[in-house]
Design a binder for this molecule. Structure first.
Ligand SMILES: *[C@@H]1O[C@H](CO)[C@@H](O)[C@H](O)[C@H]1NC(C)=O
Ligand SMILES: *[C@@H]1O[C@H](CO)[C@@H](O)[C@H](O)[C@H]1NC(C)=O
Ligand SMILES: *[C@@H]1O[C@H](CO)[C@@H](O)[C@H](O)[C@H]1NC(C)=O
Ligand SMILES: *[C@@H]1O[C@H](CO)[C@@H](O)[C@H](O)[C@H]1NC(C)=O
Ligand SMILES: *[C@@H]1O[C@H](CO)[C@@H](O)[C@H](O)[C@H]1NC(C)=O
Ligand SMILES: *[C@@H]1O[C@H](CO)[C@@H](O)[C@H](O)[C@H]1NC(C)=O
Ligand SMILES: *[C@@H]1O[C@H](CO)[C@@H](O)[C@H](O)[C@H]1NC(C)=O
Length: 883
């Protein structure tokens, strides 16, 4: 999802057209893939707010946001809105010139969190609920039963799409005396970050999701996660992780669409002021840099003793380096998703008109189905070879063939909704859909389709095809059972494919820990049927938030830092193996410390800190990074003895081996894991500790001599502490490192750094380009692709003496890599407008006729902005510009 070519082009042209770009070291223009919201800024003050009034007075004609934050020692942030007036850039200039102001951040668009749906289920048996809730996989069942922990006295706060607090399982109301006691709606139903006419709800408006019957809209995200933390339904046998915690919900998304970074910051601030102990939040931006304002603020909340839990992101299929901001902040607990052992589904069976029966098979209802999928005859619904209904001419049997029938189709090049809508036009009553998921029914993102959809596994799909092909003139009737059952999942207890991978761009080890995020059953708004399953790291992070509430309750009254509680959770994670090679231990870059084991985290005596190790890359691996010291403490009342060793996890080839284009490869690729181990040793190999005693353990990597730098292999594993009595509650500390130097990665893809004319002809540095300002068709398109993320990236125009003339693309901070090496980014033809850094108004100016060149510049990873050799620069051939 990273840089999206289309968005980028759009963004650039709007920047140039509206002259919203502004150059200053304090002005932090965001990475290129993020949308800027025009006219809105977050201003970070140096140390106090006293100066803010002066500014307010000075610019009374401007519309201000509320000051966001006043109380902490480090971050003082205010938001402002500046109307799109001519004084806009003057105002920005005044801000950056102000010595009390540290940084000015344009407000950015925040994508709506989404989760994959696995259907809704209102008819569900107690026993089914107990199994699907998976508390036995995380030992949370033992915390409830044996330790009586319910999160009482702990405030858990949720920043999300709002909640249907009228849901009986969520307490049936809002405010003092209810389970959902705190929070408010910061946006209202119709919030649109890009509109200027938003009506902000009155202060204290409850964070209700009452978006109504349009499933396509709200999606029920916040209600689902609230249920994971604190839902209770005795009849259903449903218990959230921390059912007695006090819950706060800040609604930052309207019924549709995204939110904005200033609103999310405001919610974080209010949650902090409301004295939340645990904050669970979602910020879909893919920008794993720790200096970005949310990450910095999240880190600050952590420093104050608030547990900040974020999901690691859902971009794992794109490979390594996909963790989400602010998962990048070092002490924030970022959560990977693990598949549940079970999925919820129902059964269907088939009967032919000559009375032969088949089945039962499992299916899931897609939530598009506002009505149940009807029992009916089933026929092949698509192209007879591909079984998809994507090309309109391949939907056969125009006449009565599909009328009132169920259509069986396979995934095709179009969306499931498009297939459904096409078949609906041909008269189908429902869609039975499968893709390549072998044993589990497909998960579909919630979207509205015009007919009900049932999803089935690929194995069942192929069965059905062979039945339908061999049935002759018989009809096949499909009958759906409606009750929900649990089925064993083929993906049981493996890291979800979608779960984003570390490390961060600074080579910090993320994710921190894993929880169940695949096939999670919880509450949905009553208007969506009340209950359903969802999959996403968004489901795993509230599980951890709830568990931390239980840990806080367990250790209440003892002066234990929250960071120590987080380490306990990490120390006792249970490591999982990869799905494909069942004997290979999954990399810590995918599972962090592994699936949390809450009972051990509370009851076991050994504490190891820090709970993760980064050996960094080979260029940085001076002595500082080659050896790490762990402090091992016996927090119990008895003497303990542990043997210590290391185990290797799967080594990852993030770009595939020998990949000159440095394109990150998908984690599902067969080339992703390679059999290559790096020796990590530990000293001593045995510790004996009396109650309360600590010892040091040193973990060192011995870099091999034979590795290929270019492959940038990501090795990893665990330091393992085994209790001498053989019990299975071992402690593990994950480690990883890079066999290669990030600094030496090709920052820009050289093949893409060129100019094209309107016929698509490429001009390299040896060719001369002619551009007549009066002839739009002669304008050059300027290409590029970032193969590696870059803190700073710019494209400027230089004259014959190679002096800077102006920016074609303003400076981007924190530019992300573009994953798709097959395509180069192509800017809209450059029409001759430049942004000048010496121009206070930052108005785009027209370039004067003359001879110029284009210069691409990107800062290397770990490079210093002020050191010339840390920049990678490429210069085009001459461009002769005529009037
Ligand atoms: C539910 O579980 C209980 C005990 O585990 C068992 O006695 C009962 O028969 C189960 N009910 C159903 C409907 O399976
Ligand atoms: C805001 O304005 C847009 C058009 O600019 C309109 O579509 C939308 O309905 C308005 N929203 C509200 C809440 O008035
Ligand atoms: C919440 O706490 C009360 C005691 O205050 C207890 O009776 C109740 O069972 C707890 N709820 C749950 C779901 O454990
Ligand atoms: C918890 O955070 C994750 C992402 O960080 C988000 O997707 C989810 O909605 C949040 N849950 C709650 C209950 O806020
Ligand atoms: C949902 O349905 C409405 C009306 O049928 C349509 O306008 C809209 O584009 C659909 N949305 C999606 C995501 O398919
Ligand atoms: C890795 O090394 C770089 C310097 O090369 C440093 O900036 C970075 O913080 C290090 N990362 C970690 C996690 O220690
Ligand atoms: C790497 O280590 C793993 C686990 O310790 C082991 O199974 C595997 O055989 C090793 N591979 C090589 C190439 O030594």
């Amino acid at each position: 999802m990273l840089i999206n070519a289309a968005l980028f082009t759009l963004f650039l042209s709007s920047v140039l057209a509206e002259t919203k770009s502004f150059q200053h070291v304090k002005y932090k223009s965001p990475e290129s893939s993020q949308h800027i919201i025009p006219g809105r800024y977050m201003i970070e003050y140096q140390s106090d707010f006293s100066h803010q009034n002066t500014l307010n007075n000075q610019f009374q004609s401007l519309q201000y946001g509320e000051p966001l934050y006043k109380a902490t020692t480090k971050t003082h942030i205010q938001t402002v809105r500046i109307d799109n007036t001519p004084s806009h850039d003057n105002f920005l200039q005044t801000l950056v010139d102000d010595q009390h102001i540290v940084s000015v951040y344009p407000v950015t668009f925040i994508a709506r969190p989404h989760a994959l749906s696995n259907g809704y289920y209102s008819r569900i048996d107690r026993n089914v609920t107990a199994t699907i809730q998976a508390h036995q996989l995380t030992q949370v069942d033992r915390l409830h039963k044996e330790l009586g922990l319910t999160g009482k006295g702990v405030k858990v706060c949720i920043i999300d799409t709002g909640v249907d607090f009228n849901h009986p399982a969520l307490g049936g109301g809002f405010g003092p005396g209810y389970r959902i006691e705190l929070g408010q709606d910061l946006v209202g139903d119709t919030y649109d970050p890009l509109a200027t006419n938003n009506t902000v709800p009155a202060k204290g408006t409850p964070p209700l999701d009452a978006c109504g019957d349009l499933i396509e809209k709200s999606g029920g995200h916040g209600t689902h996660v609230t249920g994971i933390i604190a839902g209770v339904d005795a009849d259903k046998g449903f218990t959230g992780v921390a059912p007695n915690a006090t819950i706060g919900v800040w609604r930052v998304f309207g019924c549709e669409g995204g939110s904005s970074s200033d609103i999310i910051m405001k919610a974080m601030v209010e949650a902090q002021q409301a004295k939340c102990d645990v904050i669970n939040m979602s910020l879909g931006n893919n920008a794993p840099w720790s200096e970005q304002p949310h990450a910095a603020f999240a880190q600050e909340l952590s420093d104050q003793g608030i547990s900040v839990i974020v999901s690691n992101g859902n971009d794992g299929e794109n490979g390594a380096f996909t963790v989400t901001d602010p998962a990048g902040a070092s002490d924030v607990v970022s959560v990977a998703s693990v598949s549940n052992s079970f999925f919820l589904g129902s059964l269907f069976s088939l009967k032919t008109s000559s009375d032969t029966s088949f089945g039962p098979y499992s299916y899931q209802v897609a939530p598009e189905a506002k009505t149940d999928i009807p029992d009916a005859d089933i026929v092949l619904g698509g192209n007879p070879n591909t079984f998809s209904a994507c090309e309109s001419d391949t939907v056969f049997g125009q006449g009565q063939y599909l009328q009132g029938k169920l259509a069986l189709v396979h995934q095709g090049p179009c969306t499931i909704v498009e297939q459904a809508n096409r078949l609906a036009v041909a008269g189908a009553a429902g869609l039975v859909y499968f893709n390549t998921m072998e044993n589990d029914p497909v998960r579909v993102p919630y979207r509205n389709a015009s007919i009900p959809i049932a999803t089935i596994s690929s194995v069942s799909g192929h069965h059905l095809i062979s039945i339908l092909k061999n049935i002759g003139k018989d009809k096949v009737h499909m009958h759906f059972e409606r009750n929900a059952f649990v089925f064993e999942s083929a993906l049981a207890e493996s890291v979800s494919l979608f779960s984003s991978m570390g490390p961060t761009n600074e080579l910090d080890l993320k994710p921190s820990v894993a929880a169940i995020g695949g096939n999670v059953f919880s509450t949905l708004p009553t208007y969506m049927g009340g209950w359903g399953t969802r999959s996403g790291t968004s489901m795993a992070s509230p599980y951890v938030a709830g568990t931390i509430a239980l840990l806080r309750e367990a250790f209440a009254g003892q002066s234990i830092l929250p960071s120590v509680l987080h380490e306990k959770l990490q120390n006792y994670g249970r490591q999982l193996n990869t799905v494909k090679q069942k004997h290979v231990l999954e990399s810590p870059l995918r599972q962090g410390s592994g699936l949390l084991q809450a009972y051990h985290a509370i009851k076991e005596p050994l504490h190891v800190s820090p709970a993760k190790i980064s050996f960094n890359d080979t260029r940085s691996a001076t002595d500082v990074y080659k050896s790490h010291s762990l402090k091992v403490t016996n927090t119990g009342a008895e003497d303990v003895e542990y043997t210590i060793d290391t185990v290797s996890a799967g080594t990852i080839a993030p770009y595939g081996r020998n990949n000159d284009a440095y394109k990150l490869i998908a984690s599902s690729s067969d080339r992703f894991y390679v059999d290559y181990n790096v020796t990590v040793s530990v000293e001593p190999s045995l510790v004996k500790l009396q109650a309360g005693e600590s010892a040091q353990v040193v973990v060192s990597v011995k870099l091999p001599s034979d590795y290929n730098e270019k492959e940038q292999l990501l090795y990893g594993g665990y330091v393992e502490f085994r209790h001498a009595d053989g019990r299975d509650a071992q402690v593990h500390v994950p480690y990883f490192g890079v066999l290669g130097s990030l600094y030496d990665l090709p920052t820009m893809d050289p093949k893409t750094l060129n100019i094209k004319d309107s016929q698509g002809r490429t001009y390299t540095e040896k060719d001369t380009f002619q551009f007549s300002l009066s002839d739009k068709a002669s304008a050059p398109a300027i290409g590029f692709r970032l193969a590696t993320p870059s803190r700073r990236f710019t494209i400027d125009l230089i004259d014959a003496e190679e002096k800077h003339v102006g920016y074609i693309v303003p400076t981007y901070n924190y530019a992300e890599r573009d994953l798709d090496s097959s395509k180069m980014e192509e800017l809209n033809p450059w029409t001759g407008n430049l942004v000048k850094d010496d121009n206070v108004n930052s108005k785009a100016v027209r370039v004067s006729p003359g001879t110029y060149k284009v210069r691409w510049s990107a800062l290397r990873m770990f490079g210093d902005v002020d050191v010339e050799k840390d920049w990678v620069v490429q210069i085009s051939g001459p461009i002769i510009i005529t009037p």
